[in-house]
Write a protein that binds this ligand. Structure first.
Ligand code: NAD
Ligand code: UDP
Length: 367
């Protein structure tokens, strides 16, 4: 195969693959013919997500339960230096903590898990000569953007420790590439992921009270929460509520496959360093999203406008042009698809994956 052709059948290590975005990406990887090993410590996920991924794909993956900060484990997993061929062609790195409020209360936990964890992973990858990495960055690195839509060359800043952990990792990756241009690295800046796989079998399963709008709205629609608090009705936006770029999680997952293909292009010898927004380019307000969810679910979502949430910006949406140019990727699904899929997941799995785990436990107990 010519080096410029899209690669297929890669061996991919997916850190954090049992989580929300990771599980959807594992499914797309399996369906595209790649082989998948997940490394996840399950601190914010359930192995049930991966069982469902396997059943949807009709293929197995490997789950290694462990931590990205465990250097010896990574060494064993990635293959020994020098000697044998590396065990993987690429790593897609999702593992990390992501709750903004928690990061303010526990900054060291976030720097340890996200930054030190990534450094540990990169050291093991370098040693095993596995030098292809797709990294989950975030639109949070744009801080309070000077204007919208946001292009990749906008200035970056952090407003909380979570965002700072992403900024620091982005910089580490740039330094690494400068030191050794054989690396192939994609920094993907996600806007606001939402929705679920169209089957309704996998989706977002927040522990406790959801921090993000979409899962919160789902839980109000199904009656688990009474009312959505709309954080701020006086922003300089068309209806006064915050505007974001909601991207369907399956589109997002496919962005990772596009990045893996792009990293394999050119002569196959030299490295690449890509920084790309993954968003739709469409700004959607809180009230727009609520209305779309009500239409998709046929349920009402009571709302009450309250004070702004500290640290929130008025509007944040992507200029997605570079993703199309560099990755040949653009979002295929719209807000109505996202709400319909999120609702299917929510209504079929009102307790998320916990239902299945409880079911399995009670089945086991009666046997
Ligand atoms: P998630 O919490 O559902 O998935 C993260 C997974 O990583 C979980 O399965 C968790 O158990 C695992 N994990 C955490 N720390 C680990 C460690 N030290 N070792 C091994 N596994 C570990 O989150 P998600 O929404 O799927 O996000 C995935 C990535 O995308 C994260 O890095 C997140 O910061 C980034 N991101 C998410 C969003 C979003 O809104 N969901 C937006 C932008 C960027
Ligand atoms: N939001 C809201 N109520 C909630 C959660 C979020 O009004 O319970 C708003 C929030 O102020 C922002 C938008 O919804 O304008 C998206 O918030 P989310 O936390 O999902 O994403 P982020 O702020 O990280 O972009």
């Amino acid at each position: 195969m010519a080096a410029s052709e899209p690669s297929s059948g890669q061996r991919v290590l997916v850190t954090g693959g049992a989580g929300y975005i990771g599980s959807h990406t594992c499914l797309e990887l399996l369906q595209a013919g790649h082989s998948v090993t997940v490394l996840d410590n399950l601190c914010n996920s359930s192995p049930e997500s991966l069982k469902r991924v396997e059943s949807l794909a009709g293929r197995a993956l490997e789950l290694v339960q462990g931590d990205i900060r465990d250097f010896d484990l990574l060494r064993r997993l990635l293959g020994s230096p020098g000697g044998k061929q590396p065990a993987f062609d690429a790593v897609v790195h999702f593992a990390g903590l992501k709750a903004v409020g928690e990061s303010v209360a526990q900054p060291l936990a976030y720097f340890d898990n996200n930054v030190a964890g990534t450094v540990c992973l990169l050291r093991a990858m370098a040693e095993a000569a596995v030098k292809t990495l797709v990294f989950s960055s975030s639109a949070t690195v744009y801080g309070d953007p000077a204007s919208v839509p946001i292009s990749e060359d906008f200035s970056r800043s952090a407003t909380n420790p979570y965002g700072r952990s992403k900024l620091v990792i982005e910089d580490i990756l740039e330094d690494l590439y400068r030191s050794d241009p054989a690396w192939c690295i994609a920094r993907l800046r996600y806007f606001n992921p939402g929705g679920a796989h169209v089957s309704g079998l996998i989706g977002e399963d927040p522990q406790g009270t959801p921090n993000n709008l979409m899962p919160y709205v789902s839980q109000v629609a199904i009656g688990q929460r009474e009312c959505l608090q709309v954080f701020g009705g006086d922003y300089p936006t068309p209806d006064g509520t915050g505007v974001r770029d909601y991207i369907h999680v399956v589109d997002l997952a496919n962005g990772h496959l596009a990045a893996l293909r792009a990293l394999r292009q050119d002569d196959g010898q030299s490295g690449r360093f890509l920084t790309v927004n993954l968003g739709t380019g469409v700004g959607v307000s809180v009230l727009d999203l609520v209305k779309a969810f009500e239409r998709a679910s046929g349920r009402s979502v009571p709302c009450r406008v309250v004070a702004r949430r500290a640290g929130d910006v008025a509007a944040c949406y992507a200029n997605p042009a570079l993703a199309k140019t560099l990755l040949g990727w653009q979002a295929q699904r719209n807000l109505a698809d996202m709400c319909a899929d999120a609702w299917r997941w929510q209504s079929q799995n009102p307790q998320g994956y916990r239902q299945s785990a409880a079911q399995a436990h009670s089945d086991g107990a009666t046997r």
